[in-house]
Each structure stands twice: as structure tokens, then as C-alpha cells.
Design a protein around this ligand. Structure first.
Ligand code: SAM
Ligand code: DTB
Ligand code: SF4
Length: 329
């Protein structure tokens, strides 16, 4: 059975069973298959590097069970109001100096509200773009008008994750539903922005729930331009703070299945990479991951040391994409 769609043809919705069969394949067979798909659509030596900044931290009204920033959980996180535009742009400059070609700004908001704060985010996007960087934001739910304003400011990507399978969603988050997420993704699409949409592994979900997530991601039309795959970073004080780590093999299998189902997307090995052995990261790159977050911090949790990342890429013969090569296909 062929699960990936031929070039330029709308993918049909795969079944959960078919995706489950993919995830259950002997790991190296799956990686081999995915590596072939990857090499048909991408230069396997190129790794896109993004850097994150939390522009508004903590006190979020949502109750996402994994998140350090939810007001519903008692974490040790220091809250911070929206950062000044100049400070954000200084961080973007440093990120560019450090080798990132995309700057991603995240706010702990449930949704975007029109007004002074959103106006400031628009200024941030314009400033980041004027430095020759790609720009991405993740601000929670928004409508088509707001997405269009971001697009007009020059924004390249909007990140909004489905996080997990539909059947497991309400075990993790109760303050919004799957349809809310899909509506925002629709608004992002309508504005012409690139969609960055992925999920988190290791929240106690079943393999079927993971397959469901892949079905949803692969069935978005068009498919997302970017798929971040996060491994839960357990945060003390959150409901998921004590969950056991998943074996790295499951991360590799998920990346490989993502590559087969969404051949043209950029797959980002995202949160949780610090805990992943370097040899396992290498297998992920072979299986089709072609993007990472660089810099010593994600939003609120640590990322691998920049020096060790540069050494890892060099040791594998991989190169960080430079700005002109990073444009979406
Ligand atoms: N508030 C916005 C939202 O939820 O869309 C944007 C920021 S939110 C922190 C962005 C994404 O980070 C979440 O959708 C989730 O996938 C990921 N994330 C948050 N905390 C995480 C954790 N502890 N481990 C792994 N991924 C996490
Ligand atoms: C995504 O999927 N992963 C990034 C980005 N999108 C915004 C965020 C990861 C956050 C990890 C936990 C933290 O640092 O707070
Ligand atoms: Fe808020 Fe986003 Fe964290 Fe959920 S993931 S609590 S929406 S910041």
C-alpha cells in the first residue's frame, strides 16, 4: 500500500490502522523507506535552524497538562509581561549571529486580542524581517483578519500544534477543543501564511493516538509546510511532570512515518532533543528530520548547548541552511 501522495496530488486521508501499521514496522525498514522518500524531495545534507524566544511568559489561562506556563499549574516559572520590541530585536540579532535563519516568537496567550500588544507583535515581525531572517510566531488562537495582518507584516510561518490525537486531546487539555485548533489553522491558511503544525510525544498517549495525530496532520489541505515533533519535557508542578520518558526508538519511528505521510514538509526535531542521544538524533535526520531549534533555550526550558549542536551537525556532514535556501518550496 502506498501511503504518501504522488507529487502535486492532494493526499487522501489515510486510515488510523494503516498509519499504525507504518509505526509498527521493523524500525530500520521504516527508516530506510522514509530516507528514500526524504531524498526524493529534499537535500538530505541541509538542516534548517530556528531560534525561539518567549515574548510573553506564563499566566496563561489554558490548562495544557504539559505546559510550564499555564496558570492552572503550580510551576516555579517567573511570569513576564510582553517584552519590549527593541529587546526582542536584539535577541533576533544574536540568533542570526549564532546561525539561525528563522526567529520564532511565542506568547503564552489563549488567543490574540486586537490592541496595543498585538500592534507590538506586528512591529516585532517587521523588525525581524528587516534583518533578513524568516519570522514565525505562536500566539494561540486567532481569526483570519489577525492572521492577514501578520502576513502583511511579512510573517512567514504561524505555529499552532494539534499536539495529540483527537481521542486523547481532552485528557491533556480541557479549556479548548480540537475543533478550535483546526479553526485557527484554517484562518492561518486563508491568510496565505505557511502552517507550522505538529505535536508532542510521550504524554501517556497510545500508539493509536499517535497514529490519529499523523492522520490529522497528513490530512490538512494543503499539508503543513512545517511539522514540529516535540518529545514531552516534563515540568515539575504540571500534571505531566512525572511521566516516564518514551524510548528514543518511538521518536525515530514517528519522524519516519511523518516523512512518508507528508513528504514535502520540513520536520523539526523540537523540544526534548536535549535528552535524545546524539546517535538517535542522527537516525532522525536519516529518517527525514531536517530542522532543529538552536540556541541554549527553547521557550522556558533548556536546549542543547549551541557548541555541541554545531559539532553534531559537522560530525554528520550536515549544514545549516542559510536564509536564501530556507524559502518554502
Ligand atoms: N500558547 C500558544 C499555543 O499553545 O498555541 C503558543 C505557545 S505553546 C508553549 C507552543 C507549543 O509548545 C505547544 O503547542 C506544545 O506543543 C509545545 N510545548 C509546550 N510545553 C511543552 C513541553 N513541556 N514539552 C514539549 N512541548 C511543549
Ligand atoms: C513547538 O512545537 N515547539 C516549540 C515551538 N513550537 C513554539 C516550543 C517548545 C516548548 C518547550 C517547552 C518550553 O520550553 O517551555
Ligand atoms: Fe498556554 Fe500555549 Fe502553554 Fe497551553 S501550551 S498553557 S496555550 S502557553
Amino acid at each position: 500500500m502506498t501511503l504518501s501522495a504522488p507529487m502535486n496530488e492532494a493526499p487522501s486521508r489515510p486510515s488510523v490502522e494503516a498509519v499504525r501499521q507504518l509505526l509498527d514496522k521493523p524500525l530500520l525498514d521504516l527508516v530506510f523507506e522514509a530516507a528514500q522518500v526524504h531524498r526524493q524531495h529534499h537535500d538530505p545534507r541541509q538542516i534548517q535552524c530556528s531560534q525561539l524566544l518567549s515574548i510573553k511568559t506564563g499566566a496563561c489561562p489554558e490548562d495544557c497538562g504539559y505546559c510550564s506556563q499555564s496558570a492552572h499549574h503550580n510551576t516555579k516559572l517567573e511570569k513576564e509581561k510582553l517584552v519590549d520590541v527593541d529587546n526582542v530585536l536584539e535577541e533576533a540579532r544574536l540568533a542570526k549571529e549564532g546561525g539561525a535563519d528563522r526567529f520564532c516568537m511565542g506568547a503564552a496567550w489563549r488567543s490574540v486580542r486586537d490592541g496595543k500588544e498585538f500592534d507590538k507583535v506586528i512591529e516585532m515581525v517587521k523588525g525581524v524581517k528587516s534583518m533578513g531572517l524568516e519570522a514565525c510566531v505562536t500566539l494561540g488562537m486567532l481569526n483570519t483578519e489577525q492572521a492577514t495582518r501578520l502576513k502583511e507584516a511579512g510573517l512567514d510561518y504561524y505555529n499552532h500544534n494539534l499536539d495529540t490525537g483527537r481521542s486523547y486531546y481532552d485528557q491533556v487539555i480541557t479549556t479548548r477543543c480540537y475543533e478550535d485548533r483546526l479553526e485557527t489553522l484554517q484562518a492561518v491558511r486563508e491568510s496565505g501564511l505557511n502552517v507550522c503544525c505538529g505535536g508532542i510525544l510521550g504524554m501517556g498517549e497510545s500508539l493509536d493516538a499517535r497514529a490519529e495525530l499523523l492522520v490529522e496532520l497528513a490530512s490538512l489541505e494543503p499539508q503543513p509546510e512545517s511539522v514540529p515533533v516535540n518529545r514531552l519535557v516534563p515540568v515539575e508542578g504540571t500534571p505531566l511532570g512525572e511521566v516516564d520518558e518514551i524510548p528514543w526508538q518511538e521518536w525515530v519511528a514517528f519522524i519516519a512515518a511523518t516523512r512518508i505521510l507528508i513528504p514535502k514538509t520540513t520536520i523539526r526535531l523540537s523540544a526534548g532533543r536535549r535528552e535524545l542521544p546524539e546517535a538517535a538524533q542522527a537516525l532522525c535526520f536519516l529518517a527525514g528530520a531536517n530542522s532543529i531549534f538552536v540556541g541554549d533555550k527553547l521557550l522556558t526550558t533548556p536546549n542543547p548547548e549551541p557548541g555541541s549542536d554545531a559539532a553534531l551537525l559537522a560530525s554528520l556532514g550536515l549544514n545549516a541552511v542559510t536564509r536564501t535556501e530556507a524559502a518554502p518550496q
